[in-house]
Design a protein around this ligand. Sequence first.
Ligand code: APR
Length: 239
Amino acid sequence: MAHFNGRFIDRIVVLTGAGISAESGIPTFRDAAGLWEQHDPMDIATPGAFRRDPALVYRFYNARRANLAGVAPNSAHLALARLQQEFAGEVFLVTQNVDDLHERGGSRQVCHMHGQLGAMLCNSCQSTMQAPEAFDALSACPACGGVGSLRPDVVWFGEIPYFMDEIALQLGNCDLFIAIGTSGLVYPAAGFVQRARQRGATTVEVNIEPSEVTGLFDYQRQGPATVAVTALVAELLGQ
Ligand code: APR
């Protein structure tokens, strides 16, 4: 168990966004050099975009997979893995990120609500399987042999995120909700702070700058994730 600002903490929910992976060399979406500054998300990350120009979408996600292979988890990922291993209570980690840096940082439980870059989905047999570093419209589905039916297993705009029932359950039972490196612009994740507050949880935002929902948090820890998350975890572990 832990105490946080005088409150007894037994169950923690941690939400992460692109900001936690920024210092590993993965661009965020909406910062100055972010992915959505270089591409219109409506041309890349919607089912309609995939129908209109699958080659562009395949190229985009193949490039992200190649970039991911060249980076490593940072001390914020490592700190969260330590919290999960050493905290006597429960820690539920949900991420909007499609990278695997939490797992490579040692986290055994990671809920990928927006899917994973390392996975692909077949639109004809509905199988989900590990993705090679690159695939496209000529690639055959390893499960059904279908050609041109594979897509990145990433939740696109207009699609329903994964694991929403489990996430709602965890938010409904936590004492402490921590949001790290997310802009608070994309729902349903941006609404998690409200849900946790409604159930009486204490809420903390970690970000290099105020997000769109900063005012909804009880506490703000402003700074780069590698510094602010490491310090917060040390505090929760009483170190
Ligand atoms: N440390 C902490 N926070 C950081 C850092 C850092 N080093 N660098 C950037 N940030 C913060 C920014 O201030 C911003 O608030 O991370 C946030 C990144 O915001 P976005 O780029 O909007 O990313 P995110 O909130 O994860 O996007 C949500 O939108 O495009 C969709 O599906 C995609 O999961 C994504 C969702």
